[in-house]
Design a protein around this ligand. Structure first.
Ligand SMILES: Cc1ncc(COP(=O)(O)O)c(C=O)c1O
Length: 404
C-alpha cells in the first residue's frame, strides 16, 4: 500500500458520524441538516434537458481536453464575468470533472517531492488541499485565517525559510467556511510572493456566483489582470457548475490561467484518465451560457440569508458573509461551550445538524481557528432553514438559562 495514505485524516463528516453515533436525536422534531454543503435548490430544467438531448454522447470516448465548443464557452464566460481580455481557449482553459478532482490533481502535477515541498493551505480548509499535498509527497503548511482581517490568510506570518520550500498555495475565495473574499491588496501581496519564490497559486472559486454584496466577488484571474499580469503567470483558477447551477451530481467545472501549467496538467490528466462525458459537456455549455438561472439562484440565497442571519444573531456571534452558502458562527456568545459540545447537544435536543468548526480546521501555530465556531450550510429551502434557526435560538437560550 502507498504509505502516504496513512497521512490522510478522517473526513469531517466521518468525525461527525462518530460524534453522533451514541446520540439519539429528539424524535419530537423532524431532522434538519445544515451539515453538508450540498446545493439543494432544484437543477434548472433547461440543463436537465440539454443533458437528455445529448445522450448520444455516451457512445463516444471523450478527449481529455474537451470539445473546442466547451472550451470556447468557458473562455467566453470568464471574459464576461471578470472583464478579462480574450483568453485562448486552446491553451488557457481546460474542463474538469468538478473542481474537487482538479484541486487534487493539480498538486500531483506541479509538486516536485524531491525538494521537501510545502503546500500552503488556509486554515480552516477544504480538506482536499491537505490530502492533495500529502499524496503528492509534500507537507501542508497551514496559515490561519484571521477574523480580524476578514478571514484572509495572514501571509505575512509565514517565515522566509518556509516560503523558500513552498511550491503550491491554495486560495479559497469566496472561502469555505467563512465566505470571505480576498481583496486586490491580498492578491497583490500573494502575487509578489509568488514572483519571489516561484510557487503556483491554485485559486478555488467554486462559490463565486453566490454572493451578498452589490459587487460580484473578485476572481484571481481578474485580480491578476487588474494588476497588469499578462498571461496569468503561475496562477490557475478553478470554477464549477455545482453551486452556480445546482448540478453537484453532474461533475462539471474548469481550470483556467497559466498556459504552461495547463499544458502539463493536460498531460497528467491524459494518463490519469480524467475526461468529461460528452453528454455532460453539452449540458455544461448550456449552463455556462445562461445567467438568468444564476441570478434567480442568487436571489433565493440572498432572501434566505437575510431572514436567517438576524434571527441567529440574537444568540450567536455571526454575520452575513461576503459570499458562499455558509454561516460561520461563534457559539460562545451567551455561554461558554465548545463547538463540538454545541453540535452534539443541538442534535440530541433539537435534531438539527451543524458541523463543528474544529473539524474543518487544524491545530496550527497554537490554535485550531475553527474551535468555538460551527458551520451552517443554508442549502435547503428557506422555510426549513428558518425552522432550524428558530430551534437553534431556543437551544442557545436554554443553554444560557441553565448555565445562569
Ligand atoms: C471550497 C470547495 N472547493 C471545491 C469544492 C468542490 O466542488 P465541486 O467538485 O462540486 O466543483 C467544494 C465542495 O463542496 C468546496 O467546498
Amino acid at each position: 500500500m502507498n504509505p502516504l495514505l496513512k497521512q490522510l485524516q478522517p473526513y469531517p463528516f466521518e468525525k461527525l458520524k462518530q460524534l453522533f453515533a451514541a446520540v439519539t436525536p429528539n424524535a419530537a422534531y423532524r431532522p434538519i441538516s445544515l451539515g453538508i454543503g450540498e446545493p439543494k435548490h432544484p437543477t434548472p430544467a433547461f440543463i436537465q434537458k440539454a443533458l437528455a438531448d445529448n445522450l448520444d454522447g455516451l457512445a463516444v470516448y471523450p478527449t481529455t481536453a474537451g470539445t473546442d465548443a466547451l472550451r470556447a464557452t468557458i473562455a467566453g464566460w470568464l471574459e464576461r464575468r471578470y472583464n478579462l481580455p480574450k483568453l485562448n481557449p486552446a491553451t488557457q482553459v481546460l474542463p474538469v470533472n468538478g473542481s474537487r478532482e482538479a484541486l487534487f490533481a493539480l498538486a500531483q502535477t506541479v509538486i516536485d517531492p524531491s525538494k521537501q515541498a510545502l503546500v500552503v493551505c488556509p486554515n480552516p480548509l477544504y480538506q482536499i488541499y491537505e490530502g492533495a499535498a500529502y499524496l503528492a509527497g509534500a507537507e501542508p503548511y497551514f496559515v490561519n485565517c484571521d477574523p480580524a482581517r476578514n478571514f484572509a490568510p495572514d501571509f505575512a506570518s509565514i517565515p522566509a525559510d518556509v516560503w523558500a520550500r513552498v511550491q503550491l498555495v491554495y486560495i479559497c475565495s469566496p472561502g469555505n467556511p467563512a465566505g470571505a473574499v480576498l481583496t486586490l491588496e491580498d492578491w497583490a501581496e500573494l502575487f509578489a510572493l509568488s514572483d519571489r519564490y516561484g510557487f503556483v497559486i491554485a485559486a478555488d472559486e467554486c462559490y463565486s456566483e453566490i454572493y451578498f454584496k452589490a459587487e460580484a466577488p473578485l476572481g484571481g484571474l481578474e485580480a491578476a489582470h487588474k494588476l497588469g499580469r499578462t498571461g496569468y503567470p503561475r496562477l490557475i483558477g478553478f470554477s464549477s457548475l455545482s453551486k452556480r447551477s445546482n448540478v453537484p451530481g453532474m461533475r462539471s467545472g474548469f481550470v483556467a490561467g497559466d498556459a504552461e501549467i495547463i499544458k502539463s496538467f493536460l498531460l497528467y490528466r491524459t494518463y490519469h484518465g480524467s475526461a468529461m462525458s460528452p453528454s455532460v459537456q453539452s449540458a455544461s455549455i448550456a449552463a455556462w451560457n445562461d445567467e438568468q438561472h444564476v441570478i434567480e439562484n442568487r436571489e433565493k440565497y440572498v432572501k434566505k440569508f437575510n431572514q436567517v442571519t438576524p434571527l441567529l444573531q440574537e444568540v450567536l456571534d455571526v454575520s452575513l458573509p461576503d459570499a458562499g452558502f455558509y454561516l460561520w458562527a461563534r457559539v460562545d456568545k451567551l455561554v461558554n461551550i465548545s463547538d463540538v459540545e454545541f453540535a452534539k447537544r443541538l442534535y440530541a435536543e433539537y435534531n438539527v445538524t451543524v458541523l463543528p468548526g474544529s473539524y474543518l480546521g487544524r491545530e496550527a501555530h497554537g490554535i485550531n481557528p475553527g474551535q468555538n465556531r460551527v458551520r451552517m450550510a443554508l442549502v435547503a429551502e428557506v422555510d426549513e432553514c428558518l425552522e432550524a434557526a428558530q430551534r437553534i435560538v431556543e437551544f442557545a437560550k436554554k443553554l444560557a438559562s441553565t448555565a445562569a
